[in-house]
Design a protein around this ligand. Structure first.
Ligand code: NAG
Ligand code: NAG
Ligand code: NAG
Ligand code: NAG
Ligand code: NAG
Ligand code: NAG
Length: 499
């Protein structure tokens, strides 16, 4: 689990070696901003320094302080749906991606009739790069990053793999465009990805602006960390939490290396830097993630699964150095970025242009959003309208609140829930047919169910959900085809070409 690896410090030195002398000579020749969109995988609410002083993220913290911390930036409960929202501007229930994540042998992907953000940005003159995790389908070329608007792709197609062996079920999942990369066995993925991102930046033709989508493997399971970072957390005795904390700091250093490269290459002043998680931290204490004090975790409709860590930083951001409490959703990045650089959103798109909220702190045009509508048993749906949140059906497992492990090495006793006082198990699944109404402004931790007290609000929001459901595209549920997908047919590599 813990191994030494190429240190990020040596990478920083490498970056310095690429220094181009007088960086003013390399000032970007474009007026459209470069866009650096960084995604952390499974990073919980309590897993970043500015929300938790036990986590060292000095680079992310200072970038956030130089920019705007987004305190109500919502994402989907799991990975594929959130990434689909970033890429399409549509809520997953309109894409058929509302139910779980794509399986490695599932002949499906983000439906091909949607035009993705990188394709739209190319129309605006952007060069597009992706480095990291895709997880939006790969059974045929048209589903892969190269087929969907990325000029260059380096990374992996699946949900999770070894951080050092880049292997999924015994077969390689690491490539540059269509070419498998067998040379990185033993190197920590965070190091590989930051190195590759910097290489792309160095090779970038400065006549054009760039969009770089950098979804790290960090800090998803199977948790693993270079020893240097593990050693920084000797005060945490819970092993999983200690490893996870080190992984977060390793990612922070990787972000630092990217920022230094952007500065040295003269891109920084004209780069809009966005950082977000894809969903909350997972519940399993063996995983080490944490969403305290929010309720629930990854895979649930509770805030712990859906209220994401995020910030934005860049010279285009006019009002900075504060915490913005306006409501935004993962679907909003697509139209906000596209319209910022001269494109036009599809009028039917769920995403809204929230640029004035991001840059000036204006009230968000977003007054409601769908947490999810999953019609597959056990069905669950949730809607936000203003300060109110309605959950109908299955909110997802687990329920409850989990504080971070204390330094004594024990996870604190699970905090009792006010509305299920008899339950002590965090992994307890809430009733599959519940109705919850919360005022998220007054009660962001979802302790007080107002459903009985405010039946008219429940009714109003239920009616709205019914109306929104008319646009639901049934969840894509195609049987896995392990024989067709078998990597042995493709030289031992997870590859497109089987659907
Ligand atoms: C794509 O196809 C789905 C399913 O047929 C449809 O609901 C949706 O409106 C289409 N979207 C676009 C952008 O064409
Ligand atoms: C790759 O690493 C993962 C995580 O450590 C491990 O579970 C898996 O067995 C390894 N696979 C191979 C082929 O070595
Ligand atoms: C990586 O190296 C390990 C140890 O040598 C080996 O067992 C594994 O098969 C290799 N994995 C890949 C994907 O090459
Ligand atoms: C850089 O891009 C510009 C504009 O697209 C093009 O004219 C030029 O040839 C490119 N330079 C290189 C070195 O590819
Ligand atoms: C769910 O709750 C509704 C409203 O209380 C009730 O009418 C319905 O029968 C319940 N369904 C199940 C499966 O328990
Ligand atoms: C961020 O949101 C949380 C939860 O609603 C709230 O308690 C906190 O005060 C907010 N932070 C700031 C600085 O507004």
């Amino acid at each position: 689990m813990i191994a030494s690896s190429v240190s990020i410090a040596s990478l920083l030195v490498a970056t310095a070696c690429f220094a181009v002398g007088d960086s003013t000579a390399y000032q970007s020749k474009t007026t459209k901003p470069n866009i650096m969109f960084v995604v952390a995988d499974d990073l919980g609410w309590n897993d970043i320094g500015y929300n938790n002083h036990d986590i060292f993220t000095p680079t992310l913290d200072s970038l956030a302080r130089e920019g705007v911390i987004l305190n109500q930036s919502y994402v989907q409960p799991v990975c594929t749906p959130t990434r689909a929202s970033f890429m399409s501007g549509y809520f997953p229930y309109r894409l058929g991606l509302q139910h779980k994540v794509l399986d490695r042998s599932e002949p499906a992907g983000l439906p091909l009739n949607f035009t993705l953000l990188p394709q739209k940005l190319k129309e605006q003159g952007y060069t597009t790069y992706m480095v990291g995790k895709w997880h939006l389908g790969f059974c045929k070329y048209n589903y892969t990053p190269d087929g969907r608007g990325f000029d260059h792709f380096y990374g992996y197609y699946n949900a999770a793999e070894g951080y050092y062996n880049h292997s999924v079920g015994g077969y390689l999942d690491l490539r540059e465009d269509l070419n498998p990369d067998w040379n990185e066995n033993g190197t920590y993925s965070t190091d590989i990805f930051v190195h590759k991102a910097i290489q792309y930046l160095i090779g970038h033709n400065q006549s054009n602006p760039f969009y770089m989508y950098l979804p790290f493997q960090s800090v998803h399971a199977p948790i693993a960390v270079p020893k240097k970072y593990y050693d920084m957390y000797s005060f945490i005795h819970d092993q999983s939490r200690r490893i996870k904390s080190g992984m977060i700091t390793a990612m922070d250093d990787a972000v630092k290396a990217v920022v230094v490269a952007l500065q040295k290459l003269g891109f920084w002043d004209n780069t809009l830097f966005i950082f977000t998680t894809d969903n909350g931290g997972p519940a399993n204490p063996d995983n080490g993630g944490n969403n305290w004090p929010l309720r629930g975790a990854k895979t649930t409709l509770w805030e712990g699964g859906t209220r994401g860590v995020a910030f934005v930083r860049g010279n285009l951001v006019e009002k900075t150095g504060y915490v913005n409490n306006e409501m935004i959703h993962a679907v909003d990045w697509f139209p906000s970025l596209l319209e910022l650089v001269g494109g036009k959103r599809d009028p039917d798109m769920d995403g809204m242009n929230v640029w004035n909220t991001l840059t000036r702190g204006d009230p968000s045009p977003r007054k409601e959003f769908v947490y999810n509508i999953d019609e597959v048993d056990p069905a669950g749906e949730a809607l936000r309208m203003g300060d109110y949140k309605l959950i109908l059906g299955h909110a997802g497992k687990p329920d409850g609140w989990v504080p971070p492990p204390s330094v004594d090495g024990l996870w604190h006793e699970i905090v009792l829930m006010k509305d299920h006082e008899e339950e002590t198990d965090y992994c307890y699944a809430p009733p599959a047919n519940a109705t919850y109404l919360f005022n998220i402004k007054d009660d962001p931790t979802e302790h007080f169910n107002l459903a009985d007290k405010m039946p008219e609000k429940v009714k109003e929001m239920t009616v709205r959900l019914q109306e929104l459901k008319k646009k639901l595209v049934p969840a894509i549920q195609v049987p896995a085809e392990p024989e067709k997908a078998d990597p042995r047919k493709f030289g031992g590599v997870w590859s497109p070409g089987w659907c």
